[in-house]
Ligand binder design. Sequence first.
Ligand SMILES: Nc1ncnc2c1ncn2[C@@H]1O[C@H](COP(=O)(O)OP(=O)(O)O)[C@@H](O)[C@H]1O
Ligand SMILES: [Mg+2]
Length: 230
Amino acid sequence: MSLLSLSNITRSYDSGNGQLHVLQGLDLTVEAGESLAVVGPSGCGKSTLLNIIGVLDRPSSGRFLFHDRDMQQLDEAALAQFRNREIGLIFQDHHLMPQLSVLENVLLPTLVPGAPTDPAGATGAAKDLLSQVGLAERLAHRPAQLSGGERQRVAVVRALINRPALLLADEPTGALDQQSADNLAELLVELNDRHQVALITVTHSAALAARMQRVCELRNGTLVDRPAAQ
Ligand SMILES: Nc1ncnc2c1ncn2[C@@H]1O[C@H](COP(=O)(O)OP(=O)(O)O)[C@@H](O)[C@H]1O
Ligand SMILES: [Mg+2]
């Protein structure tokens, strides 16, 4: 059984004068633990695709199976619970809560009703993950007291705290300097490997894309596999 499969997915938007057809019959299968980069020019639909996989948005048509479960059949409450359990999301901006500490930010997804991590074990798990990413000494810091690279590492840990099957990253290195971007790419590869969490990352960085097992290009609303060593 694959982790997920998208079949003949379309997504169109109303654009004032007619429909904008962004995804046009897209197919994608991802196996458990796989890593994949999605590349393509600005505006081609990469975030639209990631939002559908992260069930933040629904396709206009097509089939989306996750662990053989048909996502179209789930209501909003079930989708929210699915997202919190199975998906870790990382964006270009860290989306951390400024008034909370590093540790509190990481623990937020464990406080949602139905979260899989038991509250007693969550703090230990959070500290463990934070030390794996080199932030053991930063637990009580506020996001504003961290560097951009450190904030993004906190966001990665928060995305992993509920042990999702899939990590989705939308241009995760886009706002970082070169050194921090390299470090984050290294970290994502390592976590994908160590935690057997599948990783789909949208990126403009050739360096990050080259580190994924597969690279797909989004073109004319569908995905085209690209030889990884290109
Ligand atoms: N909510 C929306 N309503 C209308 N048009 C949208 C919406 N979201 C994205 N678009 C349009 O869809 C296209 C693809 O957007 P997006 O998926 O964000 O591209 P990318 O992430 O590849 O830059 C763009 O032309 C964008 O303007
Ligand atoms: Mg985008």
